[in-house]
Design a protein around this ligand. Structure first.
Ligand code: ADP
Ligand code: DP6
Ligand code: CO
Length: 357
């Protein structure tokens, strides 16, 4: 008789930071040097879908990411998430004799991103949020998103924010254990439902320097970065939260662009320097500057993660004007390349990780 297979499928959204996480104060526990804040995008557009299963017939904990097999035990960040959840399941099984002993079984995880992986569109965020959620649900753990965020954070820092919808902060915390380094929702999507984003893929290629190694090089060598984490980000986090509470788009937008620029300046201040932006990215920055100049106020805000791809925030009322301008640049901008994707308007979402089946 075939062995019983336990299975759970979830999907998780991407989040794009408007105050960037960049820097670890503890590499082992993945604790950040600064708090950060992001907006969760609708899963109607970008998403990770992950199925976790376990069975007596499985021999190894294995992840198939976009079809490529990876040994989970060979990856510290994947295995830390599995081990933590598995030990909690084991404890439940020990206390409740009627529960199936599935913590003893190996897991198989199959995950697909419907957008470029490792290209600066937060694949590690959606990826580890889905990974953590899928295994937690496979094990029937009824954890809050904040509790799950502490696990997902250890896979990839930005992943902790993808367990919530709307406007989300990752509070850096104070404790050496990392117990207080978790994500919290600042405001739900209904608070400011007019927010939209356009995603412009300037290059879908895998980045040359991963976020993990890039930020460690910055911590080790950049003096500008020290100024950023001590004297800039704490005040900026407060100002950003206030701008969101007030639905003050101009302040939100100016802080977003300034913070993206400072993050990339820190990359340039790293030894050896890291260049995530390309000519296409810079063309998009110029277009957004032109849009705002034509409007006579800030109605669009660009931001770039660790990669060349742009995310432009704007309000629904300005949607057609901004999308037309972004479409036009995709035809005429110097440095624009063939893979540039036509931007569409994406909503933000209040539904974070969802069970698909
Ligand atoms: P990004 O800018 O896309 O987040 P990172 O350098 O932060 O790029 O992380 C990319 C890495 O995240 C991938 O090489 C892979 O190890 C991991 N990752 C991406 N998607 C998934 C997924 N769906 N499941 C598990 N891990 C993933
Ligand atoms: C520029 O969360 O990918 O996107 O914790 O090492 O996996 P690791 O890094 P990751 O870094 C994200 C950096 C960023 C900014 C952000 O999302 O806040
Ligand atoms: Co990442």
């Amino acid at each position: 008789m075939a062995e019983k297979v336990y299975q759970c499928t979830v999907s998780a959204p991407v989040n794009i930071a408007v105050i960037k996480y960049w820097g670890k104060r503890d590499v082992g526990l993945n604790l950040p040097t600064n708090s950060s804040l992001s907006v969760t995008l609708s899963q109607d557009d970008l998403r990770t879908v992950t199925t976790a299963s376990c069975s007596k017939s499985f021999e190894k904990d294995t992840l198939w990411l976009n079809g490529n097999a990876e040994d989970i035990s060979a990856s510290k960040r994947l295995s830390v998430c599995v081990q933590e959840l598995r030990s909690v399941r084991q404890e439940l099984e020990n206390n409740n004799g009627s529960m199936d002993k599935i913590s003893q079984l190996k897991v198989h995880v199959v995950s697909e991103n419907n957008f470029p992986t490792a290209a600066g569109l937060a694949s590690s965020a959606a990826g580890y949020a889905a990974f953590t959620e899928a295994i937690a649900r496979l094990y029937d753990l009824t954890w809050t998103p904040t509790e799950l965020s502490r696990i997902a954070r250890q896979g990839s820092g930005s992943a902790c924010r993808s367990l919530f919808g709307g406007y989300v902060s990752w509070e850096m915390g104070q404790l050496h254990s990392g117990a207080d380094s978790v994500a919290v929702q600042v405001e739900p999507v209904e608070h400011w439902p007019e927010m939209r984003v356009a995603i412009m893929v300037a290059s879908a290629a895998k980045k040359g320097v991963s976020s993990t190694s890039g930020m460690q090089a910055t911590v080790a060598s950049s003096t500008l970065f020290q100024e950023r984490i001590k004297n800039i980000v704490p005040g900026r986090m407060q100002a950003m939260k206030q701008a969101i509470r007030n639905r003050d788009f101009e302040t939100f937008a100016n802080l977003t662009m300034t913070d993206s620029n400072q993050f990339h300046a820190c990359c340039l201040d790293t030894l050896p320097p890291i260049f995530y932006l390309n000519d296409t990215s810079r063309a998009i920055i110029r277009v957004v500057e032109n849009i705002n100049a034509a409007a006579g106020k800030t109605i669009a805000a660009y931001t770039f993660d660790a990669g060349p791809n742009a995310v432009v925030y704007f309000l629904e009322e300005n949607s057609s004007f901004i999308l037309d301008a972004l479409h036009a640049v995709s035809k005429h901008a110097e440095g624009w390349n063939e893979s540039a994707r036509n931007p569409t308007s994406v909503k933000i979402d209040d539904v974070a990780a969802e069970t698909v089946s």
